[in-house]
Write a protein that binds this ligand. Structure first.
Ligand SMILES: [Zn+2]
Length: 437
């Protein structure tokens, strides 16, 4: 059987045979780009797709091949009611069964891995694990009945992301990440739990439960705006899960939808807003704190006043991630053991994100990184990003992270300090500093 696909070497032969005066690198690339954009042929140059070698000279054929996954159940009966399909079933789709007179559904089986990459690129099917694929458009659209282990609002921590519209592909990307995370060894270690979780997911939400205190719910609400709500319990497990969830949603937005966090010229603020409902307000409409206000308050206080119920609320109950309550106890700073002065003679280096100072901690010379605001960007975000990676990293070339704190021992303004061993900072200050420094 021949397929309407040619390889790079064949294309070069065609060019030679027809005496086309094309330079094989730049001009050919431009010509292919032009043909790709005008829909004459399709060529995907991304390294991750591993499809650079292939030119699809019948775009309609490729579309039909991809549609084969999401077609009627008579053709693809391999998707279960949760929207999950076995990878091994993909081959069964291309048995040559015909749906109309001319479309012959045979696909080269040697190209199935590339086919799966392609489905992933167009978000028709996303990898769930080694054996299974998630088919986003076949996820159940109705939220199932969920038994929340905790009912009382005061024992929950909620974070709301509000935006004008949820971007395309947002939920399927978020769901796959959260499913992979929930089933991972990493989650087990983080929560210090041995049990496999119970997982329920639907088109715009997921509920994962390990125990009565270790669970999370991420789901959507549609009103004037689209909202995403993250809900956990206000226990040690819940704090860690909230820290993980917000880091995940934030990195998803940064990687795929950076437009959501740029300043909108009409609104004068970011399109994406974050709120935290008051946990102590009684009644169905609790006061919504702006996340930025909680960040600001965390610089010099541990409580914030709620104008709705006229009382103070602990910041740690509202936003454990801001107070770094999800950070493991061994990273909590011991201020009695910390001798630090933010002075020019202790300054080792200065950069866009902050400054590095020499200090003493637990009798050892350490480096302290103090994050500062860049424009509207609060140092909290950078601190979290770096802390998330560094505290799990153990490598001879990377300074071990000793402690993380969001408050300054000097008390004059907010600093986020992180101690790293002194020898590594000396390596950093060589004439060719590592870019990570
Ligand atoms: Zn309140």
């Amino acid at each position: 059987t021949s397929f309407p696909v040619i390889r790079h070497s064949q294309l070069i032969r065609l060019i030679k045979r027809n005496h086309l005066d094309l330079d094989e690198v730049d001009e050919l690339k431009q010509a292919v780009n032009f043909l790709h954009e005008s829909g004459v042929l399709l060529h995907y140059n991304e390294t991750t797709l591993q499809m650079r070698d292939f030119y699809f000279i019948d775009p309609g054929w490729l579309c039909r091949m991809m549609a084969q996954v999401v077609t009627v159940p008579e053709i693809n009966p391999f998707i279960d009611r949760n929207g999950v399909m076995k990878r091994s079933s993909v081959q069964m789709l291309f048995t040559g069964k015909e749906t109309s007179g001319q479309s012959n559904f045979i696909f080269p089986s040697s190209l199935i891995p590339q086919y799966l990459h392609m489905l992933e690129k167009f978000e028709i099917a996303l990898p769930r694990n080694e054996e299974e694929l998630l088919i986003p458009c076949r996820l159940p659209s109705r939220k199932p009945n969920i038994e929340m282990p905790v009912q009382d609002q005061a024992e929950l921590v909620v974070r709301c992301y509000v935006m004008p519209n949820t971007p395309i592909g947002f939920w399927s990307r978020l769901l796959t990440r959260l499913i992979v995370f929930s089933e991972s060894k990493f989650a087990q270690n983080m929560l210090v739990l041995q049990d496999k979780p119970q997982i329920q997911f639907w088109k715009e939400g997921i509920f994962v439960k390990w125990s009565q205190t270790a669970f999370f719910l991420v789901d959507s609400y549609r009103g004037h705006h689209d909202e995403i709500h993250l809900t956990v319990s206000n226990t040690a497990h819940g704090c860690r899960l909230m820290g993980y969830l917000v880091d995940h949603v934030d990195s998803l937005v940064d990687e795929w939808y950076p437009g959501l966090t740029t300043i909108d010229p009409m609104l004068g603020r970011e399109l994406l807003e974050k709120f935290v409902p008051c946990t102590l307000c009684q009644g169905p409409q609790p006061y919504n704190f702006r996340f930025e206000d909680l960040l600001k308050a965390s610089e010099n206080q541990t409580e914030i006043f709620c104008p709705e119920h006229h009382g103070n609320v602990d910041l740690i109950k509202l936003a454990p991630d801001v107070m770094l309550a999800d950070v493991e106890p061994q990273f909590h700073i011991d201020l009695d053991q910390f001798d630090f002065e933010e002075s020019p003679e202790n300054l080792c280096g200065d950069g866009g994100f902050g400054a590095v100072y020499k200090a003493m901690y637990r009798g050892k010379v350490v480096a302290v990184k103090v994050f500062t605001s860049i424009g509207d960007l609060h140092p909290h975000k950078m601190l979290r990003q770096e802390a998330t990676i560094l505290r799990r990293l153990e490598h001879p070339s990377v300074c071990p992270c000793w402690s993380i704190s969001s408050t300054s021992p000097t008390g004059c303004h907010r600093v986020c300090s992180k101690q790293i061993s002194w020898r590594c900072v000396q390596i950093w200050s060589t004439p060719e500093p590592d870019s990570a420094a």
